[in-house]
Design a protein around this ligand. Sequence first.
Ligand SMILES: [Zn+2]
Length: 315
Amino acid sequence: MIRIGIDIGGTGIQIGALDDNYHILNQASIPTCTNIPFEAQVDQMVECIHDVLRPEINPELTMNHVLSIGAGIPGIANAEGTVINCTNLGWSYVPLREAFQKRIQKPFYVDNDANVAALAESIAGISAGTSSSVFITLGTGIGSGIILNGKVWKGFHGIGGELGHMILKLDGKPCSCGNHGCVEQYCSASAIIRMAREGLADHPESCIHAICGGDPGKINAKTVFDALHKEDPWADQIFTEYVSCLAQTIANVTNFLDPEIIILGGGVSKAGSVLLDAVRMEFPKYVLFNDQPLPRVEIASLGAEAGIIGAAMLS
Ligand SMILES: [Zn+2]
């Protein structure tokens, strides 16, 4: 059978058709259009699904073989398939399942993109074969997904798993959510960029200064990691502060949930072993029972395809 996965992002929508072994048989993408009505956005996605179903590529790629359709969104949705909020798309309380099922009569599921990535890794990625895992996306913001007994745990009301807005520092940096000191303000790529920009004028000797030519607007998270590779002391200071916050967050997850594995994804995770080694070294310090076996901490393995694979596996 075929499962369709739709990865709805802020700039583009990727649609893929998976076989029973979670392999993407065919995929296509369309730009995210926010200046057209919701129904027209759904029409475009449905058209793209039809484009992906090409029996000349594989005889199973027909609508008759489609078992289900799933979508991952940068927002939240309820069990009825209504998107409660998805700021990037301009969606608020839109009946996504109803709109799809009016056009294609197949089971349709929608979930948050971090939950979808967590599910993908637990089925076809680094956490395959585990029964409990927590996925943390270290991007512009912080997303997180919890898998318990092979299923996404999104809470009784569907609004759980928001690790990014747990408070890490009392009266800390103001957050977009209205609170202060959220994990997102210290563990996202934006946090690294903020620290680098704030201190730029005080560190004219730093490689960061040289890489960005003194222009704070040109700093991204990679700038700091590039400087770190050149053993730049100030980049090391930023990295140490970042790792400390991320390690405390991972320890909080461990103390509270004790999952089998914690997976780091998103832009910052591209730093790879330099990040992983530092975090693995640091987080046990903050774990209560740290003389016991601890969760494995790993980097996500599926990359950009996680969005399609996880969405297709929603049920
Ligand atoms: Zn917040």
